[in-house]
Write a protein that binds this ligand. Structure first.
Ligand code: SF4
Ligand code: SF4
Length: 149
């Protein structure tokens, strides 16, 4: 974790969780209003989501294959016993950074980078980790940092 992020995370841990949510949500809206994910796609290129059973069933149905076939073709089980992509970049990402299963994409993709959730204080470590993957997360942290100085 970058040193300035580490210091900020420590400061945020001591604040009221509602204030932390308010700071994150304001910064999230400001940053994503001027972020073009289609010119980035770093999350889809380098990490990929975990897939819940509901995700698997929904996407398999969309692709008109069985859930078992979808798992065989695209997924593996990781160290935490979650279904994740067999490889990255995600096979559903096209050359123009569009998601081929956008309408039925996993919940984790819909919620990434988890900066507009309830109780951001519980996600501070994850957020600091995501700052090295997602430039928008780093911008959000920078914006919060400026406001609490
Ligand atoms: S890494 Fe962040 S900025 Fe880049 S595409 Fe993903 S969510 Fe958007
Ligand atoms: S399913 Fe779509 S949004 Fe999710 S990682 Fe793959 S390309 Fe990106």
């Amino acid at each position: 974790m970058k040193k300035p992020n580490q210091k900020l995370i420590q400061q945020l841990q001591k604040k009221n969780h509602r204030d932390v949510d308010a700071m994150f949500h304001t910064a999230h809206n400001e940053v994503f209003a001027c972020t073009d994910c289609l010119s980035c796609a770093n999350c889809c290129k380098t990490t990929g989501p975990l897939f819940t059973n509901k995700d698997i069933e929904r996407i398999a149905k969309h692709l008109r294959i069985t859930a078992q076939k979808f798992i065989e073709n695209y997924l593996r089980i990781d160290e935490e016993k979650d279904y994740v992509l067999q490889k990255v970049p995600c096979l559903f990402l096209d050359a123009n950074n569009y998601c081929g299963i956008y309408e039925v994409r996993p919940k984790a993709c819909r919620e990434y980078p988890h900066t507009d959730r309830v109780n951001q204080q519980q996600l501070l470590s994850l957020t600091a980790k995501n700052a090295s993957i997602c430039p928008a997360v780093q911008d959000i942290l920078n914006s919060i940092q400026k406001k609490i100085k």
